[in-house]
Design a protein around this ligand. Structure first.
Ligand SMILES: *Cc1c(COP(=O)(O)O)cnc(C)c1O
Length: 415
């Protein structure tokens, strides 16, 4: 008789997936009221209210809203006057937008490896990549760990570099009490539909610098100055609609509580699985005082699991959880091998033969990113972390059961 559910045995239990996005009548009312007001875009008060509330949430004086978390990265670089001749250091393990927007401003993305313990940008790799052309670092607070902001700020200070924090995954994470997005020069956030703060689509920027705030306002608004006499820069339309802003305001009001809930569950699971051979939680730096989670990430060592590849492990795990809608997966494909990051597919990038060569992603060697993607990283989307203690226990028990039946798991993997 087989024990494992993937081979017809009885599952550990039914993991009930919490619904996402969460909303109630207050979200519906906020959108409906805005709709009834007849002010859906220009001239409305909602985007300003969102910017003020988000700035307060992050503990910064300025926040600027925008249409998504891709243009926010581009706007940040434009406000900092990053352009041709400049290099921007980006981790190889991230969504393609982090690097693609560097190309949008005609600068050169320099892909560097990540730290094997956190999968966030490796400070040593940054130091090794710095040249006299380096202008900026874009750390990504990836999945469920903040990048090491102490080390990044020290490097930026020493070499006179800007930091744009890509916080698309971690609205509300805190380093030493300070919010993600408030530590670097500019913070960039996404409100896209899979993110933990979500208005369908949307983006937000944060900064402590009033001049940068003025420039960002002009960049979102076709180059118009935010007030008379304010500095401005030519741009297009990257505005958020009032309906999106109205929804984001209500969603933001729940974020701190939801982040706390996800963190309690993630920490519990991390502690519970830390004694299981061949499974490791990511390293948590003691300066992280609030960790937000886009994914719960665990590290899998196939050599301790009789060589069972991680995707087979994940398939067997899902069967134990008895829920078709359980989300699991691996990391982003590293950018030096991602089918979505193709600088040479776009003619506007052909500025010169030299530039064309500089932006070739295959010139970078990123072994830690590659290993995370191919062998090691187990990723579980944030929805599961809104579960209760019982759900966490089912999840942990399922991993323990696979461990106890590793021989049978290996048999399944060979099939
Ligand atoms: C989602 C995401 C973005 C882009 O945000 P959009 O709102 O989808 O444009 C940028 N960086 C990272 C790391 C992301 O996950």
């Amino acid at each position: 008789m087989n024990k494992l559910a993937i081979l017809g045995g009885k599952p550990v239990g039914k993991f009930e997936m919490p619904s996402f996005p969460y909303y109630d009548e207050s979200d519906v009312d906020a959108v409906a009221d805005t709709m009834r007001s007849g002010v859906w875009g220009l001239g409305g008060a909602k985007q300003k209210e969102l910017e003020e509330k988000f700035a307060a949430f992050c503990g910064v004086p300025y926040s600027v809203s925008a249409s998504n978390g891709t243009v926010t990265l581009r706007m940040a670089m434009e406000a900092l006057e990053i352009g041709p001749g400049d290099e921007v250091i980006v981790p190889g393990l991230t969504w393609q937008a982090t690097a693609a927007t560097v190309l949008d401003v005609n600068a050169v993305p320099i892909l560097v490896d990540v730290d094997p313990e956190t999968y966030t940008i490796d400070p040593k790799a940054i130091e090794a990549a710095i040249t006299e052309r380096t202008k900026c670092i874009i750390p990504v607070h990836l999945y469920g760990r903040m990048a090491n902001m102490d080390e990044l700020l020290a490097i930026a200070d020493k070499h006179n570099l800007y930091i744009i924090e890509d916080c698309a995954h971690q609205q509300g994470a805190r380093w030493d009490g300070k919010a993600a997005g408030s530590l670097g020069t500019i913070g960039s956030f996404s409100l896209q539909s899979s993110k933990i703060l979500n208005s369908g689509e949307g983006g937000l920027l944060t900064t402590k610098d009033s001049r940068l705030s003025d420039l960002l306002h002009s960049l979102r608004f076709c180059g118009r100055a935010v007030r008379e006499g304010a500095e401005a820069m030519q741009s297009g339309n990257f505005r958020l609609s009032e309906l999106q802003a109205a929804l984001a305001i209500v969603q933001l009001s729940r974020l701190e509580e939801q982040n706390a809930h996800r963190e309690i569950n993630a920490t519990y699971i991390e502690n519970q699985v830390s004694d299981i051979e061949g499974i490791k939680p990511m390293y948590r730096h003691p300066k992280i005082t609030r960790q937000a989670f886009y994914n719960l990430t665990l590290r899998y060592d196939a050599s301790a699991w009789e060589g069972v590849p991680k995707l087979k492990f994940l398939e067997a795990l899902k069967a134990e959880l008895d829920n078709e809608s359980f989300h699991y997966g691996t990391t982003y494909e590293p950018l030096h091998m991602s089918p979505l990051y193709r600088p040479h597919s776009k003619k506007t990038h052909r500025l010169s033969e030299t530039y064309w060569q500089q932006i070739d992603p295959r010139r970078f060697d990123l072994p830690v990113c590659k290993k995370a993607y191919e062998e090691e990283s187990l990723n579980f989307m944030h929805m599961m972390l809104m579960t209760n203690r019982e759900g966490c226990d089912i999840f942990v028990e399922a991993i323990k059961k696979l461990r106890a039946n590793v021989g049978e798991l290996a048999e399944f993997a060979r099939k």
